[in-house]
Design a protein around this ligand. Sequence first.
Ligand SMILES: [Zn+2]
Length: 241
Amino acid sequence: MAWRLAKSLVQLQKELDARFPNRTRPDWTIGDAAHQRSASDHNPNAAGVVTAIDVRGRDMGRILWDHLSRRKDPRLKYMIFDGRIMSSTVSPWTARTYTGSNPHNDHIHISVGRGPDGQSTRADLYDDTSPWGIATIGQSPTPAPAPSTDWLTEVIMSLPTLKRGAKGAAVKRCQALLAAAGYPPANSFTSRGEPDGIAGPGWEAALKQFQAAKKVKNSVRPDGTGDGVCGRYTWERLIRG
Ligand SMILES: [Zn+2]
C-alpha cells in the first residue's frame, strides 16, 4: 500500500536535521511486521498516512520530551519516552507512567493528529506544517513561547470537522456564522429564520465560497475552490473573522 508520512512530522524531521545534524538517522516511521499486526500510528491510517515517528537516541529523547512538554503544541497526540507517556488530551501535558512492554529508553515516540474518535484522523492537525520551534532549542535561556491557548482557541479546537451530511448544533453554529460573514447558505434556515442544523448542498456551496474568498489555510484546492470541509482553520476564520 502506498503511504506517506504526515506533513507535520516531515516538518519536524527537517527542523531536527538542521538543529542536530549529527543525530541518529533514519527515524523510524512506518511499522515493521510486528507493528503491522497491531493497532499503531506507525501503520498508515485510512488516508494512507503514517502519523507517528520514532526519533532515535536517548539524548534526542530527553531534548524533545522537554521541548514538546513545554510547548504544548496541539498537533501532538502523545509522546512516549523513558517509561513515561504524555498526551495532549488524556490528563493533558502531564507525565504518566507508561506500562507498555517497550519502555522507549533509546527513542522517543511521537504521534500527531488526534481526532474526536481518538484515532489519528485530523488531517488539519497532522498535515499542519507550522514550525515546531526546534531551532530555538538551547539558543536562549527563556523557554520557547507556547502557542496561544486562550479560551477562544480552546473553543475552536473543540469544534468538530464538518462535511456535507453532518447534523447538529455545530452545523447550526456554522450556518449562522456563514450568514453573519455575508455568505448565507441557501435552503438552510427555517421559516422563523433559525439555522436548520443540516449540512446540505446550500451549506456546502456557501462554505466553499467563504473558503475561496478568504483563502482559508489548508482549505482551498489548487483550482482556487474551497474544499467544502469545515475544519480547524475554517472555524478559526469564521469565528475570529
Ligand atoms: Zn513508535
